[in-house]
Design a protein around this ligand. Structure first.
Ligand code: SAM
Length: 498
């Protein structure tokens, strides 16, 4: 095994590789086969094979090369490269070692902290042989695309060009990013999210936000003009790069709720059974436990009015916010899953299990919701992966305790007139169990939710049935269930409270 140590640091053996790790950087020997050339952080367009051949000759003459520089693969679980390294500097030396059939190579393992690896690699590449003009330009563009917060002078310093030169390399990308930022601001503003939270969410100063907001009427003008020329909503959304629900919000401005239902092609159900065959794909992302936009629209129609503020504390795929845009309601959404690029309107928030929620963003904001639409994940005794971190992964007792605290908390942040729509289903452990053998102590039935909600001070006004489709049970499963007298469950309810 190895190893010259560069600094006298704490060491820890790693059985998967030939390396000893230290706190900063080590000079070590690494297997050539454990190192990769990662094109996403390689600043040159081509490898120079002549140069490699010269290096191979040098190696045969026992010439000693400087160590190459590598970085441990980030996100090894995603890349599948646990215990492997990618090259920051020395692609030609490494290729020569490989070609010469050598097993190990001297390397320095770098920890870059916040420095962009592509820019670091570019900086290192400039020394021995300048990058070509096209390599420099591409590196600047790739670095900016990976991190749009990089300034031109930061990029310029790494690639050895002036700020003005970098400005010219990335002018078009910067314009698109600005449009994206404008769109995000427009989106969040339409949903009624207060300015301090928009600025925080998008990582921009309040003054910048105010400047952008002043431009908003102009931003809506081109799509509105296309709508008035008779282009369809999907066409307008696609042409201007808008999310479709935003295009709907513009197209339906000034219309009453009934006309909105009509234009959206949703049949309004007049009775207290709301059954929908499919989720409307125009609203919300594909998401575990996704609810149809039509269901949200019915809650909005019967229990809120236009411009009301809706609060969705566990927003998942964002169907509630999307439907609120189409129905002309404001909406604040939270979820533990953070997707700034695709769902900036869903602010990241983790409902910790101790019930300490004093840092909740909406508490410090003015305004209380008119309607809360709460769609918690159901209890899952076999929760895996991400679901383990969610309340699904709690024990049944902890899950019910959490809901008790949560419903009480929702009451606290409500005003007198606030409505709560709590979406839920019976949870029964019916798989492989005949109906008359089911253990009631294992179940969480709808009456348990009602009791918890009432205990928290909410008054029950309606229980609406909104059954799921039974399509998830295929013919073979149904035959087995019938044979074993298993009673499946497709029930789902919207419990309405004040
Ligand atoms: C049933 S899903 C909501 C689905 C959503 N209504 C839709 O149609 O897309 C419940 C959501 O609660 C979130 N969640 C679960 N536990 C949470 C916690 N402790 N804090 C914040 N969010 C949580 C999950 O990430 C999940 O997106």
């Amino acid at each position: 095994m190895i190893y010259k140590k560069r600094e006298n640091q704490k060491v820890q053996a790693d059985q998967n590789s030939l390396v000893i790790k230290s706190m900063k950087e080590d000079l070590v020997k690494i297997r050539v086969s454990d190192i990769y050339l990662d094109e996403s952080i390689y600043p040159r367009e081509n490898i120079d094979h002549k140069r490699i051949n010269v290096f191979v000759e040098n190696l045969r003459d026992n010439f000693k090369f400087d160590p190459i520089e590598v970085q441990a693969y980030p996100d090894p679980k995603v890349s599948g490269k646990k215990g492997k390294y990618r090259i920051l500097d020395g692609a030609h030396r490494w290729s020569a070692y490989k070609k010469a059939g050598l097993i190990e190579i001297d390397a320095i393992i770098k920890t870059l902290n916040k420095m962009d690896p592509l820019l670091y690699a570019a900086k290192m590449a400039i020394g021995p042989r300048q990058l070509t003009e096209s390599e420099t330009r591409n590196t600047a563009r790739r670095a900016f695309q990976t991190n749009t917060k990089l300034t031109s002078s930061e990029i310029g310093k790494a690639i050895g060009r002036s700020r003005q030169a970098v400005d010219s390399y990335i002018a078009d990308l910067r314009a698109t990013t600005l449009l994206e930022l404008d769109l995000k601001i427009f989106h969040l503003n339409l949903l009624g999210i207060p300015q301090d939270r928009i600025a925080k969410r998008l990582g921009i100063p309040r003054r910048t936000l105010r400047d952008h907001l002043a431009e908003m009427p102009g931003l809506a003008f081109p799509p509105n003009s296309d709508l008035s020329k008779g282009f369809t909503i999907p066409q307008v959304a696609q042409k201007h790069g808008w999310p479709e629900p935003m295009a709907w919000s513009q197209a339906l401005t000034g219309k009453d709720d009934l006309s909105r239902f009509k234009e959206l092609n949703w049949e309004l159900k007049t009775w207290d059974v709301w059954k929908f065959i499919d989720c409307d794909k125009r609203f919300g992302d594909v998401w575990p436990g996704r609810i149809p936009a039509q269901l949200i629209a019915h809650i909005l129609y019967f229990f809120s009015k236009q411009n009301d503020l809706v609060f969705d504390p566990m927003a998942g795929g964002g169907v509630c916010a999307d439907t609120c845009l189409a129905m002309g309601r404001r909406c604040w959404s939270l979820d533990m899953d953070d997707r700034l690029d695709t769902r900036p309107e869903i602010e990241p928030y983790y409902w910790n299990l101790e019930g300490k929620w004093k840092d909740l963003p909406i508490i410090t904001s003015k305004g209380k919701p008119d309607l809360i639409i709460c769609d918690p994940p159901e209890f899952d005794k076999n929760a895996q992966g991400n679901a383990k971190k969610s309340i699904s992964g709690l024990s049944k007792k902890e899950y019910l305790n959490f809901l008790e605290k949560f419903c009480l908390f929702l009451k606290k942040i409500s005003k007198k007139k606030t409505r709560l729509a709590f979406i839920s289903k019976d949870w029964r452990d019916y798989q492989n169990c005949p109906a008359d053998k089911e253990d009631p102590s294992q179940a969480i039935l709808i009456d348990s939710y009602c009791k918890i909600l009432q205990k928290a001070g909410w008054k029950l006004t309606h229980i609406i049935q909104a059954p799921l489709s039974s399509e998830k049970f295929n013919a073979e499963m149904v035959a087995q269930m019938q044979k074993k007298r298993i009673l499946g469950s497709t029930g789902r309810y919207v419990i309405l409270l004040k």
